[in-house]
Design a protein around this ligand. Structure first.
Ligand code: ADP
Length: 635
């Protein structure tokens, strides 16, 4: 038997692990299972790539074996195995470069940051958190001899020749008191399911189960073995091998959704960065979609080993409805949360994934109207959030979001709106701030309808927040400009309830109307005083007598009322509407000759209040409105 002492770095690392990772000791099993899986990967690769190994008959598996009475737990694989020299190099030294600097830094820090150790990857040595002694028996593939490495994790280790029937490695843990606490049948099974369910090889657990006689008394015990992982890293399998039903089953398992997904997106990236992503879009929005403490639905794996399912940074917030998996080859296994957030590899995966998801949404929008409608019914609003928050993908998102319209039934896109525009129309018009039917009935739309100008109906609260942040809609025209580049056309979005949105409605044919209106407007301004910002003759009204609009740079009246209701108007000066009147309407005309101050005041106030009402706004003094209206009716 040969005695060895640990390389200094190993002793330092062991010391740190035992004292700092304490609260997270169950990860030892993840580390050992992951090592076993790597060993299987390596041998599998050799059997397909190296003639020497062609004859190896090999059915990869991992066996976890529990002996509660004997206080041991073993993890065995039939993978590549280690010879004597491998054992010395792998389990007595740390080969990684930078270890010394890393450990120095860690020891210098007053707080032994377990995340930092995690980032480094503690691997095999973490098993000393739960074991007072570890024996590793290993036989390298194609070798005849086997070796046993054993250590109490203090000063050093011994290596001696041993017997092992076939190639592979068995790590036998003599459990300490902490180990005994985690290592019972359900504990072990739970940890494996949690961290290693999708390891691509079958993992079996053996344990002793008590047998009972007819009376229910224990009469002996029986050794049982059961497979405990699902075992298919589905996202790693080639798309061609997988059927819709495979994806559906997997989706149900990870999402706890009883229904299948609406669609999914499976990608494997090779090259500078190697990773797989598999994303699902649910049929129904997750119940907590609009809760601040929603649970993210995308899990992070590194080389098939589960890392976390609770990282909100993995995907942008507006895509929080996605379910699925990101599995990277280029991240360290023990990557910590803090590290994740600044990790370049992950940032690149995220950027590429968002682009792919948006491209897939676009493809569905273009090819499968029915599915797309289902998608929009559920996820239009989160996409609109993206319009506001993801400036890098703004143009793609502007093409994806949908709106109602004065011209067509159902949903429409900005692009479809633009295609329907008449030759010389300069702006994309929209009306916002109310329910769909209120907006569609608004007097503000009369002249647009008469002129056949389409107006988008934005009836979602979020529209008032995101649309002002999208001043222009851009579209590649498909035509080439004079420099041979694809010409980009752009259109400004204009709210019809804005003072300046009527320029395309044309002037008045009857020039005298302007003149005739002057005394009416004067009387109304006087009567309404501070309640309005201005009174103007309208170009937008045909049937209705009056409407309100907001001044170019003011928030809309609806928005102002909303902020007030939310108690957020503090410091914002009160927004007053501009009242526009229809000079051709009898009620307005009647003011031209009116002398009676009381009647003028009543008419002016009713014209203002009804314009507010029709936009779905609240009146400050409804009783006053009713009183004035009744007075006018009884005259
Ligand atoms: P890491 O896995 O991050 O390299 P570990 O400390 O977990 O670090 O393992 C060190 C090395 O020991 C591994 O790189 C591998 O070469 C070897 N090793 C560990 N477990 C096994 C195993 N079950 N079979 C073969 N080799 C192993």
């Amino acid at each position: 038997m040969a005695q060895h002492i640990f390389q200094t770095e190993v002793s330092e690392l062991l010391n740190l692990i035992i004292h700092s990772l304490y609260s997270n000791r169950e990860i030892f099993l993840r580390e050992l299972v992951s090592n076993a899986s790597d060993a299987l990967d390596k041998l599998k690769y050799l059997t397909v790539s190296d003639d020497l190994y062609k004859g190896v008959v090999f059915e990869p598996r991992i066996d976890v074996s529990l002996d509660v009475e004997g206080r041991t737990l073993s993890i065995a694989d039939n993978g590549i195995g280690m010879n004597e020299q491998d054992l010395v190099e792998s389990l007595g030294t740390i080969a990684r470069s930078g270890t010394r600097t890393f450990l120095k830094r860690l020891s210098a820090e007053a707080k032994k940051d377990s995340n930092l150790i995690g980032q480094f990857g503690v691997g095999f040595y973490s098993a000393f958190m739960v074991a007072s002694r570890i024996e590793v028996t290993s036989r390298k593939a194609l070798d005849e001899r086997a070796w046993k490495w054993s250590s109490d994790g203090k000063e050093g280790y011994e290596i001696e020749e041993a017997a092992r029937e076939a190639a592979g490695t068995t790590v036998l843990l003599h459990l300490n008191d902490d180990g005994v606490e985690v290592a019972d049948r359900w504990g072990v099974q739970g940890i494996v399911r949690r961290y290693s369910n999708h390891i691509a090889y079958p993992i079996f657990l053996s344990w002793d189960e008590a047998t009972r006689d007819d009376k229910g008394d224990v009469k002996g015990k029986e050794r049982k073995t059961e497979r405990i992982n699902e075992g298919t890293a589905l996202w790693r399998r080639p798309k061609a091998e997988l059927k819709g039903a495979d994806y559906e089953e997997f989706y149900k398992q990870i999402s706890y959704d009883g229904e299948g997904p609406l669609f999914y997106l499976h990608t494997r990236a090779e090259g500078a960065l190697e990773y797989c992503t598999l994303f699902f879009v649910p049929k129904k929005a997750p119940f907590d979609l609009y809760h601040a403490d929603y649970r993210p639905g995308v899990k992070l794996y590194v080389k098939r080993v589960f890392i976390t399912d609770d990282d909100k940074e993995l995907m942008p917030v507006y895509l929080r409805f996605l379910r699925g998996v990101v599995d990277s080859e280029d991240l360290p296994l023990n990557v910590s949360r803090e590290i994740l957030q600044q990790n370049k590899v992950l940032a690149n995966i995220k950027t590429a994934s968002v682009k792919r998801a948006l491209a897939e949404f676009k493809r569905i929008a273009e090819t499968d109207g029915e599915k797309w409608n289902e998608f929009i019914e559920q996820f239009n609003r989160p996409l609109k959030e993206g319009l506001y928050s993801d400036w890098a993908n703004r143009e793609e998102l502007a093409d994806l979001v949908r709106f109602k319209s004065s011209a067509v039934e159902g949903w429409t896109s900005l692009s479809a709106y633009v295609s329907r525009m008449k030759g010389d129309q300069k702006f994309i018009y929209y009306i916002s701030g109310g329910a769909e039917n209120t907006l569609k009935a608004s007097p503000l739309l009369e002249a647009y309808k008469a002129k056949n100008i389409e107006v988008l109906v934005m009836d979602e609260e979020i529209d008032d927040i995101v649309i002002p942040s999208l001043p222009k809609y851009k579209r590649v025209s498909g035509l080439l400009d004079k420099d041979g580049k694809e010409a980009v056309q752009e259109w400004e979005l204009k709210a019809v309830n804005r003072a300046g949105a009527d320029t395309e409605l044309g002037g008045r044919e009857d020039k005298d109307a302007e003149k005739r209106a002057v005394p009416i407007i004067e009387k109304m301004k006087k009567a309404l005083g501070e309640r309005v910002k201005d009174v103007r003759l309208s170009r937008r009204l045909l049937d209705s007598p009056s409407c309100i609009v907001a001044d170019e740079n003011d928030p809309s009246i609806q928005m102002a009322q909303m902020l007030k209701a939310m108690g957020q108007s503090g410091g914002v000066p009160e927004v007053k509407p501009i009242l526009e009147v229809n000079g051709e309407h009898p009620l307005v005309k009647s003011l031209a000759l009116a002398e009676d101050e009381g009647k003028i005041a009543d008419t002016a106030a009713v014209l203002l209040d009804q314009a507010l009402l029709v936009e779905g706004l609240k009146l400050n003094d409804p009783a006053d409105f009713v009183k004035r209206l009744n007075r006018l009716l009884s005259n």
